[in-house]
Design a binder for this molecule. Structure first.
Ligand SMILES: Cc1cc2nc3c(=O)[nH]c(=O)nc-3n(C[C@H](O)[C@H](O)[C@H](O)COP(=O)(O)OP(=O)(O)OC[C@H]3O[C@@H](n4cnc5c(N)ncnc54)[C@H](O)[C@@H]3O)c2cc1C
Length: 433
């Protein structure tokens, strides 16, 4: 008789928890090991495309129900507006659609459902039984040797755990990735994308006074040389400046350093009057600057080795310019859940099971590697387009719009099962109680 698979998931972020939900639904004993003392996620918003929701449904339909119950949904009237933040010489010109609106892209093509991260994480965690998560467990290394029939995880507090498979869902600075690829491999560490972000929130009235009524109705991105300003409204106006930075980032481990709003003033010198004054909306004290890191400069050569593999940002950490990092993690998750379910159904034992596990993780890696690389490459490219640093598009609205839509089409038209055995699609879409 086959013994149920035991899977250790390192990292209780969005993708680790979603994968645990998917594996538990398939009768696989998944346990999340999270370094924090409880579930934690920022209260910022993020969104899932319609395509990602298709894969999420296959992981577990309850996930889509949960998301639907807490989301704001884009409809046919919603579109992202891209404004010229640089050339307008007066506030009147900057507010005039005919003079300053570069283009709109219909967000309903992507059909985004946006939610608060912490709410979604908590909702997913509530779907797990109590024994599916252990907190205060920071992975420091693991052993995957022929002598042991399990992978052995070692935690900072001196304890250890064993499992048949280790899924590294430990995010951009993944320890699993460092161990899996070896400490000498440059992909072990994420690299600085040479872009940074300054974020703040202001009351909506203050945002309207600075940027006009338009910010109330749709997400607005103000583009220009080497920087862009993204605003999205709710009860408060979320403001994010993203900027090119040719220096090295001072604190790559923490990815955040204290900053001064004069840096923002400097960035927008010579821009349209609205943007030139945007620094005034930022606090005088306690301002921070986030370095944006990704795996573009040193993409991992593989996502799997032995009985361990990388899932989510641990595999393909991206800049946020394409806005689909978590959606890509959902794709990983449905593939790994289905491959492991398929293996569990074969009721294998001993060396055969071990060999087949290795093969399944290699199949996962081969299926996901190209997609992960495409995502972090094109995410960087989107940033360059917004910052007018991408040669073929320059500051030409038509070319920019065309490239953006081309990239988004590739995001949403992708079929995770296309390169895999058709039996896996059948297994993933099979009705079950
Ligand atoms: C500004 C911004 C906006 C974004 N907007 C979107 C969006 O709209 N849509 C979208 O699809 N994506 C978006 N993304 C990307 C998305 O946030 C990430 O892709 C996603 O959060 C990755 O989830 P994850 O679970 O793989 O990693 P993480 O969320 O980083 O979770 C990793 C978890 O592992 C834990 N951990 C780390 N190391 C260890 C260890 N050694 N041992 C144990 N636990 C460990 C951490 O504490 C954490 O809980 C955005 C990103 C940014 C920066």
């Amino acid at each position: 008789m086959s013994i149920p698979l035991e899977v250790a998931i390192v990292g209780g972020g969005i993708i680790g928890v979603m994968t645990a939900v998917g594996l538990r639904r398939r009768g696989i004993k998944a346990v999340v090991y999270e370094r924090a003392s409880t579930w934690h996620e920022v209260s910022a918003g993020f969104a899932f495309t319609g395509a990602a929701r298709v894969w999420m449904e296959q992981i577990d339909p309850a996930l889509v129900q949960l998301l639907g119950s807490i989301s704001q949904k884009t409809d046919a009237s919603s579109s992202n507006a891209y404004w010229d933040g640089f050339h307008p010489q007066s506030i009147e010109d900057a507010l005039d659609e005919k003079k300053s609106l570069m283009f709109r892209t219909p967000t309903n093509n992507l059909s985004f459902w946006g939610c608060v991260r912490s709410q979604f994480l908590r909702g997913m965690a509530d779907m797990l039984p109590e024994d599916a998560a252990v907190f205060g467990k920071q992975l420091v290394s693991y052993d995957d040797t022929d002598e042991d029939d399990k992978v052995v995880l070692h935690f900072e507090d001196g304890t250890m755990a064993k499992a048949d498979v280790l899924l590294g869902c430990d995010g951009i600075h993944s320890t699993t990735r460092r161990v899996l690829l070896g400490t000498d491999c440059p992909s072990g560490r994420a690299g600085f994308s040479h872009t940074v972000t300054y974020r703040t929130m202001v009351p909506i009235d203050q945002g309207v006074a600075a940027l006009g009524e338009k910010v109330k109705y749709s997400a607005c991105n103000h583009l220009g040389p080497n920087a862009d300003l993204l605003v999205a409204s709710g009860t408060l106006l979320n403001i994010a400046v993203f900027a090119y930075d040719d220096q090295e980032f001072p604190d790559p481990e923490r990815m955040v350093v204290s900053a001064d709003r004069s840096e923002i003033e400097e960035l927008f010198k010579g821009w349209s009057p609205q943007l030139a004054n945007i620094w005034k909306l930022y606090p005088e004290e306690k301002l921070v600057k986030w370095g944006i890191f990704d795996l573009e400069d040193n993409p991992p050569p593989t996502y799997a080795r032995g009985r361990a593999c990388l899932v989510g940002d641990a595999a393909h950490a991206s800049t946020p310019y394409l806005g689909v990092g978590a959606c890509t993690g959902v794709e990983d998750s449905v593939v790994i859940c289905t491959l492991l379910e398929s293996l569990q159904q074969q009721a294998l034992v001993g060396d055969v099971r071990r060999r087949m596990l290795h093969d399944a993780l290699q199949t996962y890696s081969q299926a996901r590697l190209e997609r992960g690389r495409w995502i972090h490459h094109h995410s960087r490219q989107m940033g360059q387009i917004y910052h007018w640093r991408h040669g073929p598009t320059g500051c030409d609205p038509e070319r920019m719009k065309q490239k953006l839509e081309e990239n988004w089409a590739t995001v949403v038209e992708y079929d995770v099962w296309a390169a895999l055995d058709p039996a896996l699609r059948e297994l993933a879409t099979r009705p079950r109680s």
